[in-house]
Design a protein around this ligand. Sequence first.
Ligand code: ATP
Ligand code: MG
Length: 435
Amino acid sequence: MTIRTRLALGVALQTAAVILVVAAVQFLALRSFLALAEYERLEMLIPRLEQELAARPQSPAAPPLEITTLPRNVDVRVVQGGQVVAVTENFPPIPVDLPPGYAPRAGHDVLVATVTLRGRAATAQLASDVLGVVNPLRAYLRALAVTVPTAAALVALLSFVLAGRLLRPLDRLQAAAARVGLGGDLRSPLPGVGRNDELGRLAGALQGSFAQLAEVREREEEFTRAAAHDLRSPLAALKTRLQGSLAGPRSAAELREDITEALSDVERMRRLTEHLLLLAQGVREVARLPVDLARVAGEAVDRAREAAPDVPLDFETRGETTVPGDEALLTHLLENLIGNGVRHGRGAPMRVRVAEQGGLVCLAVEDAGPGVPEAVLTRLTEPFYQVEAARGGGNGLGLAIVRRVAEAHGALLHFENQPAGGLLVTIEFPRAPTA
Ligand SMILES: Nc1ncnc2c1ncn2[C@@H]1O[C@H](COP(=O)(O)OP(=O)(O)OP(=O)(O)O)[C@@H](O)[C@H]1O
Ligand SMILES: [Mg+2]
């Protein structure tokens, strides 16, 4: 069932319910009003009754008197000294000794009152059939039986029309969203954006989500393009090299040199695919085992010293430096940072520090090289971003991975240029809870 129909039916039901409640209250009020009126009418008949009785012959032996001057739907019985002295034809079967007052009995409204007959007190019982009360009430109910369904139907119709008008922009929004879903432009403006109501907010939220999707899609496309590009250059270089090796006669030494260079191309591609895999998989699922960051950093420093013996590389550690994390990912992070210092720092001295600091474990990797322009500090972790157009052998993926690894460990990553030149990268890790 559509919202429109549900709204129309709901409003109609509510209207009917409200009318019925009001009608019930009115019904009760009307009934007591009619009963009161009937009581007063019967009371007003008593003087007439006394007059008629007084005008009758006064013979105790005479049969009960007929009473003729009362309205048709009122019957009377007069009792004196336990004897019925007057009664109308259709008087209902009710006891003779009822106490004075007004009450419904045997389908009649009965008034019992004291009257004076031949100088003595007697009891007059006046009974009116309840039609005087029931008929107006019946008429009222008949009117209700027509009014309630008519009102409910009218309200349902009006609500249906109104809901249709109110929901029309929603239809337009849905159509626009469907067009986008069928391959339309994710950034095309949606109808309803800017309205100051629920619909405007919905359209705004949808527009925001679409914009985010567009961004993700563009980033993905850019990422794929860059990845393909970066794989193509070393592959082309490798192909040329191998073709050259095959083309002419080569000495063993030359062949060895070709193979070594080919290997370095292969190594570059291996690093690239490894990075791409890490980025594609995401590093959301991280082991949370205690890892001594100082030990992992020390081992990475040792390997870097071996690989680049010319770069002076200092290593310091202080305090308890165990963090909850994934040793393989942390090793990767350290190798990327130290590798960057070695490669982009142009042989300038480097320093790696791991220190406990106010409940955190702080890792700092710095070099005394040229650093990066201030304006691009925030861009360093974008995939494939490199400051210099000539990509000194790298792919611009290392820092993107560093950022993801840091995020996955709940660590804060920060880049800054040092006053004396050179890049300083700091990462603050939450400490492992001491067992
Ligand atoms: N220590 C540094 N000093 C100067 N520039 C740096 C330093 N570290 C990174 N950069 C700049 O940031 C860019 C991005 O670094 P990133 O590690 O992401 O990529 P890469 O080192 O070029 O390639 P990859 O790490 O994928 O092999 C580098 O290309 C370089 O321009
Ligand atoms: Mg790098």
